[in-house]
Design a protein around this ligand. Structure first.
Ligand code: NDP
Length: 249
């Protein structure tokens, strides 16, 4: 029997890439998905596609850097569906840059979206999950949460933080409740994520990777990993899934 059918799943960053693909995959197996991001038009399109295929979805325009909006996302989900089974804190930014470029506004944004956004997501759902003694919090980190690369000091720092927060949550919650915490750590995936890079030296490096360069995964490969974690029975806790393209060193 599917452990996904009927689950209520919040997905942040659902307007593109990994979040969008995950929403389709879970809704295709009967999950009720709550689509959150800032670009409402993209969420509307996705909702239409899901419902046209017989799935169930609602949208909530949300900026994950706002505590109030993240609380409103949790509240809206409970109002519409009565419960929250899973939250996937997936929204993220990756404006890679060398530290000496002092792109301090971009550092701030990465900390706000990649770290605080995840924390606000946890804060929004945790009281509800504690009350039910059940729930699943899935946070998207990265291979960059395991390895540090030049131009990635701040981005990697945020993704290390996501792993630390998720594992801390698991240690605090799982032994005494049925609340599970999962880290998803993708390698390179073909999405819009590199669009936020403004450092020309980083852009040039990415453009000159050459024909033998990295062949990134399709976002479906990560949606499959998330599907695997969500699909387990309550007694099975997937702590981390790390997925690289075979061509990634
Ligand atoms: P995309 O750029 O395609 O998606 C990022 C999503 O985050 C968008 O839906 C965007 O929506 C959302 N987002 C950004 N800022 C905010 C915000 N302030 N509030 C709400 N939503 C926001 O990239 P990916 O799908 O690749 O990224 C998803 C996650 O995967 C990220 O956490 C990323 O770090 C991680 N990851 C990606 C890898 C890759 O190679 N692509 C590798 C490893 C990890 P909107 O702009 O509409 O708000």
């Amino acid at each position: 029997m599917s452990h996904i059918n009927g689950k209520v799943v919040i997905i942040t960053g659902a307007s593109s890439g990994i979040g969008e693909s995950t929403a389709k995959k879970l809704a295709g197996d009967g999950a009720k998905v709550v689509l959150a991001a800032r670009r409402e038009d993209r969420l509307e399109e996705l909702k239409k596609e899901i419902t046209n295929n017989g799935g169930e979805a609602i949208i909530q325009k949300t900026d994950v850097t706002s505590r109030e909006q993240m609380q409103a996302l949790a509240d809206k989900t409970i109002e519409e569906y009565g419960q929250i089974d899973v939250i996937i804190n997936n929204a993220g930014l990756m404006p890679l840059s060398f530290l000496n470029k002092l792109k301090i506004d971009e550092w701030d944004k990465m900390v706000d979206v990649n770290i605080k956004g995840v924390l606000y997501g946890i804060a929004g759902v945790l009281p509800h999950m504690e009350e039910r003694k059940s729930g699943h919090i899935i946070n998207v980190s990265s291979v960059a949460g395991h390895e540090i690369m030049p131009a990635g000091a701040v981005y990697c720092g945020t993704k290390f933080a996501v792993r630390a927060i998720t594992e801390g949550l698991r240690k605090e919650m799982s032994p005494s409740t049925n609340i599970r915490a999962t880290i998803i750590s993708p390698g390179a995936v073909a999405t819009e994520l590199t669009n936020t890079i403004t450092d020309e030296d980083v852009q040039e490096k990415l453009n000159n990777r050459g024909p033998k360069g990295l062949d990134p995964l399709d976002p479906e490969a990560i949606a499959d990993a998330i599907y695997y974690a969500v699909g387990q029975p309550d007694s099975v806790s997937i702590n981390e899934v790390l997925v690289r393209p075979t061509s990634q060193g």
